[in-house]
Design a protein around this ligand. Structure first.
Ligand SMILES: [Fe+2]
Ligand SMILES: [Fe+2]
Length: 282
């Protein structure tokens, strides 16, 4: 098993079967996250997008279309996940102050991601609009309806239920961290990095690589939240089916094998964490 190099080894968890503890270095204890996050800081405003802006109009039409959908999708989605993480931290405050602090650290990452993709929308895609809100509106035009539904209806609905106290934090984590970040973002990031592999847009690629690294700890934190819960079997019955559906929301810009990769990674993370018993076979 490849280990994320920035995550300290040796993390454990008593809620996980002994046989699986050797793999737990990818799911650190809650107390380790501050160190992890400290190593991952980056500044979205410092990335040079000038070469990308210059290269954009010279890309082949189909290549540019796929990149536009993917980058516009992240422009919309990162705004949404930044906004709707707030009730998670508020609810966690009543459960565990360490968890609340990690949600706060995650929120800072999501703000950073939203600012990066807004810069890409303005400077590279040159979407119309003088403000982030206007550019978000312009980005929506390039994104499939099912994708918008996930981030503009389903996530806000769960966040509102969390804020109202009518749903538990683990329901939120299953949607936010496992389905949206674990499947939809992982699939989209992999597809994007494939599109960017030719090096034509070096600044965009650098930013997406940074975002992808951040999102890995976010998903790992989500898994950790679920393992801390104590009764995981009752919580995970349909998460992979929902993840599979959701990964399809990108439409034709994310190939089937990339969607499968993302869902299988989700499955593997849950299984390694000892949460796989209730999951359907691969
Ligand atoms: Fe993000
Ligand atoms: Fe995230």
């Amino acid at each position: 098993m490849a280990q994320d190099p920035y995550i300290p080894a040796g993390a454990g968890g008593l809620s996980v079967p002994i046989a699986d503890r050797s793999e737990l270095s990818i799911f650190p204890r809650l107390s380790s996250y501050s160190q992890i996050v400290a190593k991952l800081q980056w500044e979205p405003m410092a990335i040079d997008l000038a070469p990308d802006a210059e290269a954009w109009s010279g890309l082949a039409d189909e290549h540019r279309r796929r990149l536009t959908t993917l980058l516009a999708g992240f422009r919309v989605a990162e705004d949404s996940v930044a906004e709707h993480l707030t009730p998670f931290a508020d609810r966690a405050e009543h459960v565990d102050t360490m968890m609340m602090w990690i949600f706060f650290l995650q929120r800072r990452d999501e703000d950073r991601h939203a600012r990066f993709f807004d810069r890409v929308a303005a400077e590279v895609l040159r979407l119309p609009g003088d403000t982030p809100a206007e550019r978000r509106e312009a980005a929506r035009e390039h994104v499939p309806a099912g994708f918008l539904e996930l981030f503009e209806e389903r996530l806000p609905a769960v966040a509102a239920e969390l804020a109202a106290g009518s749903t538990g934090i683990l329901d939120g984590v299953r949607l936010y961290h496992m389905v949206l970040e674990g499947a939809v973002f992982t699939a989209g990031q992999r597809a994007l990095l494939g599109e960017l592999a030719d090096g034509a847009l070096p600044g965009v690629r650098k930013g997406v690589e940074n975002v992808e690294r951040d999102e890995r700890w976010h998903v790992g934190f989500g898994v950790r939240c679920l393992t801390e819960a104590g009764d995981p079997d009752a919580l995970l019955d349909d998460v992979l089916a929902r993840a599979t559906d959701a990964a399809g929301a990108w439409g034709d810009v994310v190939p089937a094998d990339t969607r499968e990769y993302a869902v299988n990674l989700c499955r593997r993370r849950l299984t390694i964490a000892g949460l796989g018993d209730a999951l359907p076979a691969a």
